[in-house]
Design a protein around this ligand. Structure first.
Ligand code: IPM
Ligand code: MN
Length: 371
């Protein structure tokens, strides 16, 4: 099967981790007899450098013409320290979401048995946690009217939601829950915000058509606490744009490393897949970034292209490499592997899952030369 993939490596460690994802995609294509055609395009700070805008038209066109988009990371410290910068890399990501109608962001949070000790949370609390955060991505306070008064002393951001924006993502939430443990938790601030009350009304009405799904409600402040105290209670957490942004970063500590978590943004046109981590400027060029989140994002991408066996082969390979104890410095500080080497190991494992005796000895050799 032939598929066109737009690759948007972006900033910071984005290009390094996307390179590994491409290695693994190529290994998958070879093994299963597919052909992936890649189209590289700039987004974020690198696009500002090259084109003066964080989302050039050529990039948007490449995305619209592709079957799927794989995205690296966005952001550069030179903009973080300048709150008055006229153009910012992040605007590229927001414009991409809006232009492609990517209204739903799916962030699965899974725990790996042999990595539980890496989480700052107690192992017995997080063991078995397995849920998805479904974050609304093109509405709410991110995209509402905003501004400053003439004297510069007042600023405002408005949060607006329309019923149809809530309905389309709530349908997805119920559908996902139907395939999982059949529980949706709507996270909001309905004790204070009118938009949250609209979410509750809308989702409650829709629930009548999903009788086999349990629906419960949780205020976002409580949810922030429950995530840490008892994360295994969640199955599908449905929430608005800003709450989802905050809670999904919080949830990433459950998995032990941000470098493990992939995400998918789906909507009206081409879907986009990206690791949840940022551009990690301190790690650039050091070959220390964990490429697993990008590689697992590529697996989510293959799932969306109906290449489910191929996607599973990638997930199995990542799991295998993790179980063998191989990882970048944050996972294995004692015997750290490089970003590129982890990419090689996973690609090798995807290409030939039975060759691990041979590769295991090679891995050991490599470990001894690296440390
Ligand atoms: C994310 C990021 C973005 C967001 C930033 C980079 C605009 O934090 O994807 O979660 O806030 O949505
Ligand atoms: Mn975020």
């Amino acid at each position: 099967m032939k598929k066109k993939i737009a690759l948007l490596p972006g900033d910071g460690i984005g290009p390094e981790v996307i390179r590994q994802a491409v290695k693994v995609l190529n290994a998958t294509a070879d093994r299963f007899g597919h052909y992936f055609e890649y189209c590289y395009a700039d987004v974020g700070a690198i696009a500002i450098d090259h084109f003066g805008t964080p989302l050039p038209d050529v990039t948007l066109d490449a995305c619209k013409n592709a079957d799927a988009i794989l995205f690296g990371a966005i952001g550069h410290p030179k903009y973080d320290n300048d709150p008055n910068a006229k153009v910012r890399p992040e605007q590229g990501l927001l414009a991409l979401r809006k232009s492609l109608g990517l209204y739903a962001n799916i962030r699965p949070v899974t725990t790996y048995a042999n990595l539980l000790h890496l989480s700052p949370l107690k192992e017995e609390r997080i063991k078995g946690a397995d849920f998805i955060i479904l974050r609304e991505l093109t509405g709410g306070i991110y995209f509402g009217e905003k501004g400053r008064s003439e004297d510069g002393k007042t600023a405002f951001d408005t949060c607006t939601y329309h019923v149809h924006e809530i309905e389309r993502i709530a349908h997805l939430a119920f559908d996902y829950a139907g395939k999982r443990r059949k529980k949706v938790t709507l996270v909001d601030k309905a004790n204070v915000m009118e938009t949250s009350r609209l979410w509750r009304d809308t989702v409650s009405k829709m629930h009548k058509n999903y009788a086999d799904i349990e629906l419960n409600f949780m205020f976002v402040d409580n949810a922030a606490m429950q995530l840490i105290q008892n994360p295994t209670q969640f199955d599908v957490m449905l929430t608005s744009n800003m709450f989802g942004d905050i809670l999904s970063d919080e949830a990433s500590v459950i998995a032990g490393s941000m470098g493990l978590l992939p995400s998918a943004s789906i909507g009206l046109l081409t879907s986009m897949f990206e690791p949840i981590h940022g551009s990690y400027p301190e790690g650039v060029g050091k070959n220390i970034a964990n490429p697993m989140a990008a590689i697992l994002s590529a697996a989510m991408m293959l799932d969306s292209l109906a290449l489910t066996e191929e996607a599973q082969a990638i997930r199995d390979a990542v799991q295998f490499i993790l179980e063998k104890g191989f990882g970048t410095p944050e996972l294995n500080p004692q015997f750290p592997y490089g970003c590129a080497e982890i990419g090689d190991l996973i690609a090798l494992q995807v290409a030939d899952p039975k060759s691990f005796r041979f590769s295991e000895s090679k891995m050991r050799e490599q470990t001894s030369t690296i440390i």
